[in-house]
Structure formats: C-alpha cells, structure tokens
Design a protein around this ligand. Structure first.
Ligand code: GDP
Ligand code: MN
Length: 383
C-alpha cells in the first residue's frame, strides 16, 4: 500500500525522523487553520501519489492567510498527471541549504536490503542515475545484522555529503532503516532530505510503501486503508476477496494458487505473450469465485483472451468446471477462454465442460499448460 506524503511523514515521525510541523486539509478554511498552527511561512503541498508535484504547480509557498487561500483554492481539485488533488498538506516552510536523497528498498536478487544515498537530491533519482550514476552510493545490508551507525557514516562520507551534515544524515539513515524494517516498508524514501542553514537535517518529503503482507501485525495501518488509492478493478477484486494485480498485457490469467499463477505468467511470456493481470483464486474455485474472477478480468478492455490454469489438489476439477459453466452464464465475456484443467477429477471436469454445449470460439480446453498458453497467446495476438 502506497502512503500519501502526509501519512509517510506521520509514519516517519514515529521512528524519530525529523519532519516539519504541519497538518492535512481538505478545504481552504482548513488549510488556513493548519497554516496558523504550523506558523508562517508555510508550504502548501498537493497530496497525490505521483512525483513532480512542484513542476505541476502543486507546491506553493504562502506568507499569510490570503496567500494560503489563493494557493489552496488552486491546488485543491487540481489534476496532476491524472491524479485529482483531494487534500493538501500544509507545513512550516523550511530554509534549505542542501538537498540530498536517501532510500531503503529490498534488493530481491541480492537478498539484501539496499540503501541508496546521494548528495544530489531534490531532483528525480532516475535522472541522477542516468546522468551521473556515480553520484548514487549503494550499500547492501544483511537483514540479520542490520545497519550500524558506522556503516551509515561510511556511506555518508562516500556520498560526499557535506561534512557538517554527515553526523545528522548518518543518524537519520539509522532511523529510516528502523522505519523500513520494524515499520514493514517495501520502500522508505526521502527526497529531498535537507540540510538547513542552521545545520539541522530534516525530511522534506516522504515516499512510503507498506508491505501488505505485514498488515496483520499493524492494526494502526487500518486508517490508511480509508484513503487508499486503488484503480476500479483492484477495488472490485479486493471487495470480492481475490488476489488481483493488474498488468499491461492482453492475456487475462486465472489460476489456483499464487505459485501456479506466477508460473502461468512465465509460460505466457515464454511463448511470446504478455499477461494482462495476475489473479489467484486460491483453493475454492466454485461458481461464485469463478464469476467474481471472470467479472474482474472482463472489465479490462485490454484482455483479448483468458487463460484459466487449474491444477486440482483439494480443488476438484468437476467443481471448477461447474463453476466455469455457471459463471459463463452470468458474466458477459469479452474474450474467449482457454482452459487447462489437471489434477483431481480433471477428466470429470473436462466432461462437464464438453457436455455444456459451449462454442469452441468461447471455450477451448488444452491438455497442458504450455499448449493452453500458446492458444491463449495466439488468440490474443489475432485480435
Ligand atoms: P515532489 O517534487 O513531488 O517530490 O515534491 P517535494 O516534496 O520533493 O518538493 C519539491 C521541491 O519543492 C523540493 O525539492 C524543494 O525544492 C521545494 N520545497 C518543498 N518544501 C519546501 C520548503 O519547506 N521550503 C523550501 N524552500 N522549498 C521547499
Ligand atoms: Mn520529492
């Protein structure tokens, strides 16, 4: 789950990371109240989950209530790269001496946490990576050992952070790492991390992605759910209790089990296709679940074929087949289905599908995952 900047800053604050005093506002009047509480001058910042807000006019300085009114009125409702601004964050404006970049992510291939640190912050890090890659210092961290203050200090020196900011930035990195690990983040990024003229180090922006798999140990995350931004299909899938992730391709995928769904994605890739989504229906593939899954996938106009890959264990092939036949009566499918049904009661299942009198142009059965993927990719390519 991605947090808004203001939520990210509130999350940072729990781990002792210095942020500016401020408050969130949904109306112009609220913005004025928050500005007064934060003390002038203030910055008014559009709360949208997209970068480059400054350039789009979504970040403004205000010295008094009139200026807050003017800017808050303009920013609220503004469209920034397709994201409509519903809230602004109003915080006490900071004087900036220098802008740095710091983030923690998980480097899956290295099986390590990854610190990225740069003395060139404030701009998009992708840009720094392109133009001046050596300006980004990377440190892999063994998750068992964690990040020591000494290791943080070495990275800070290596990144050529100004001497007077070094101690502050190193201490900040240790706190940010604590937030990343104990706080169960997939991403904890500060850009810019600023040095103020008075020598203080401070997070001016916050980009936090929480690891949804850890939600069970964070009841406090519930409040973030209320403001979570999901696209319509993701919302629909969640309401129906499905594990769904939208992707860019044209083959819709339904599989029972996340492992099988991932393998199906790979096989679709292998035969030259691209998946439109990842959808794991788990163990129970009854008519309700199938209807829900086909509903979600059919609402995606990019989908040109639907590949259903079921390996029955506890899930029985005949149940799945009944579910599909029933679901096809209920859902207005926009693309043909290719099914690979194997495992427990697969032949019974195939018999049910065969006897249902569904046209070949709508439902094709293939004996193996590879053949099914080929057919699905072929159909998707034809359209
Ligand atoms: P983003 O561009 O969407 O990532 O928004 P940021 O929160 O990173 O802000 C963009 C830029 O606005 C920063 O790099 C700063 O240059 C500027 N900015 C934001 N807050 C302040 C502030 O309190 N004081 C000053 N002087 N500039 C600010
Ligand atoms: Mn930023």
């Amino acid at each position: 789950m991605d947090l808004f900047e203001y939520q990210g800053k509130q999350y940072f604050a729990r781990f002792g990371i210095a942020v500016s005093p401020g408050g969130v506002a949904q109306t112009v009047d609220e913005a004025v109240k928050q500005a007064e509480a934060a003390r002038y001058p203030v910055v008014i910042k559009a709360q949208v989950q997209v970068g480059g807000r400054g350039k789009a006019g979504g970040i403004r300085l205000a010295n008094n209530a009139d200026e807050v009114r003017l800017h808050a009125k303009n920013i609220l409702g503004m469209d920034i790269k397709g994201h409509v601004v519903k809230r602004v964050w109003v915080e006490h404006a900071s004087d900036i001496a220098e802008e740095y970049y710091a983030s923690f992510t998980l480097d899956r291939s290295a099986k390590r946490h990854l610190l990225m640190l740069s003395a060139q912050g404030g701009v998009e890090i992708e840009q720094v990576a392109k133009v001046n890659p050596t300006a980004i210092v990377k440190l892999h961290i063994n998750p068992i050992e964690g990040l020591s203050l000494d290791a943080a200090k070495r990275s800070v020196v290596e990144a050529k952070i100004s001497e007077r900011a070094q101690a502050g930035v190193a201490a900040m990195l240790v706190k940010l790492y604590e937030c990343f690990t104990t706080g169960d983040c997939d991403l904890a990024e500060i850009n810019p991390l600023i040095l103020k003229p008075n020598g203080e180090v401070h997070a001016l922006d916050a980009k936090v992605t929480l690891d949804d798999n850890a939600a069970f140990r964070h009841p406090e995350w519930d409040e973030y759910r209320a403001t979570e931004v999901l696209d319509a299909r993701e919302k629909m899938a969640r309401e129906k209790g499905l594990q769904y992730i939208g992707l860019d391709g044209s083959v819709g995928i339904i599989a029972n089990g996340a492992g099988l769904a991932m393998s199906t994605l790979d096989v679709v890739n292998q035969v030259g296709g691209k998946a439109a989504n990842f959808l794991d229906i788990g163990g129970g593939a009854n008519a309700e679940v199938m209807t829900a899954a086909l509903d979600v996938i059919s609402s995606d106009t990019k989908v040109k074929s639907i590949l259903i890959n079921i390996f029955g264990g506890i899930t029985r092939g005949d149940e799945v087949a009944k579910g599909i036949v029933e679901a096809m009566k209920r859902v207005d499918l926009r693309a043909p289905i290719v099914i690979r049904l194997d495992g427990t009661n697969a032949s019974e299942g195939r018999a049910i599908l065969g006897a249902a009198g569904i046209a070949e142009s709508q439902l094709i059965s293939r004996p193996t995952m590879l053949e099914a993927a080929r057919s699905a990719v072929e159909i998707a390519g034809k359209k």
